[in-house]
Design a protein around this ligand. Structure first.
Ligand code: PLP
Length: 391
């Protein structure tokens, strides 16, 4: 006997993984250099040297029992203080260590927040296009999951579509900016209008509608574009942050949840999140990595390589006639499939050993995603295939 939903999730592989594994099999036959794999969002830059040096220092100057021992479930106090200091310096946000809960990355952060918000009949809304894992995280937490239609072609937020989906059962909407898969950064104007709509509706329903702000790409923004810190625009925001992309540490599992002091029911919501994490088996985030982060909160990624890839691909593909939204952040381009059928396009591309992910699982059929944290030589070699596909 086993749980049917869990079986379904375990047996149905994600389209991204499927493509990635197909690429590995093809690479074994034709050579890795002949596969143009744009499927997976794994950072291609190493963690900054300062991270490696910090690990070395910690191993030398810290008592090993303390270094590898359990921390409190909410996270190491000095690390939470360092994160709070950094956020306050950047956003004047009034963050206190008591508002922070350290997790093993954004995925368990989202899961804990969804579980904490799960009351009978509650629903969350995702704005298409969205990270596909939101659905299993929310549904397994017992939440209804609804999708708001995309704001084509700019991929900001379609407020009238959102308003039409809001009901008394809506407890939260998930916001992800810079966005996976569109690469779009929501403007201050968009977020201010969103805040006004949610405030109006929360007053009407007599309960808060939280924004769950999923922020693994907060530091990945190009050309000086502003990534507004949403809690300073809308207090009922719960931030789920991750160091997976900003410090290139996706396998190490480290991030945090921030519940602003002035969010509705802040203290109780924080405790519910702590309880939800506990029930999901959270003991503490990896201890060594908590201590590394405690000394590295001020590090920012070197974005030059990603930015060069972004510019090269955006310019080359738009010149060929591909259409996409302005990719100001993260490391993805979300492109309109020539002919309109992204699955058919992805299959045609596969025949040229070009791997691109159809947008269906992101809630946005007719588009495909490419991830540009790849080698620049691969980009150059892949351009003729893109050209042949649109030709
Ligand atoms: N949210 C988004 C939008 C992502 O793209 C990812 C990972 O790719 C995650 C969450 C999960 O990140 P983490 O590695 O911190 O669990």
């Amino acid at each position: 006997m086993y749980n049917d939903y869990a079986y379904l999730l375990g047996s149905k592989r994600s389209c991204i993984r499927e493509l990635f594994e197909y690429g590995c099999r093809r690479a074994a036959i034709v050579g890795r250099e002949n596969i143009y794999d744009y499927s997976l969002g794994n950072p291609s830059m190493p963690a900054p040297d300062a991270v490696t040096e910090t690990i070395r220092d910690l191993l030398q100057d810290t008592d090993p029992v303390a270094l590898h021992g359990y921390t409190s479930a909410v996270g190491d106090a000095a690390t939470r203080q360092a994160i709070a200091d950094d956020l306050n310096e950047r956003y004047a946000a009034g963050v206190r260590p008591e508002n922070l809960f350290i997790t093993g990355g954004a995925a368990p952060a989202l899961t804990a927040v969804f579980r904490a918000l799960s009351v009978t009949g509650a629903e969350v809304l995702a704005l298409a296009p969205f990270f596909p894992e939101y659905r299993p995280f929310a549904e397994a937490a017992g939440l209804g999951f609804k999708v708001v239609a995309p704001d084509v072609p700019h991929f900001q937020i379609k407020l009238d579509a959102l308003e039409a989906q809001l009901t008394e059962n809506t407890v939260a909407i998930i916001v992800n900016s810079p966005n996976n898969p569109s690469g779009v950064v929501y403007t201050r104007e968009t977020l201010t209008a969103l805040a006004a709509l949610l405030t109006k509706k929360a007053n009407e329903y007599g309960h808060p509608i939280y924004i769950v702000s999923d922020e693994p790409y907060r530091e990945l923004a190009y050309g000086g574009v502003e990534v507004p810190f949403i809690p300073t625009i809308y207090a009922d925001t719960v931030v789920c942050y991750s160091y997976s992309k900003s410090l290139s540490l996706p396998g190490e599992r480290i991030g945090y949840i921030y519940v602003p002091e002035n969010a509705t029911d802040s203290k109780n919501l924080y405790l519910a999140i702590a309880g939800a994490a506990r029930a999901a088996g959270h003991v503490c985030a990896p201890s060594l990595w908590q201590k590394v982060i405690g000394r590295c909160t001020q590090l920012r990624p070197d974005l030059d390589a990603y930015d060069r890839n972004r510019t090269r691909l955006y310019n080359a593909l738009t010149e060929m006639g591909y259409e996409m939204a302005q990719p100001d952040g993260a490391f993805y381009l979300f492109i309109k499939a020539p002919g309109g059928d992204a699955n058919a396009f992805s299959e045609r591309a596969k025949a040229l050993d070009l791997l691109v992910v159809p947008g269906d699982d992101f809630g946005c059929p007719g588009y495909f995603r490419i991830c540009y944290c790849v080698r620049p030589e691969m980009i150059e070699k892949s351009l003729p295939a893109f050209k042949a596909l649109i030709g």
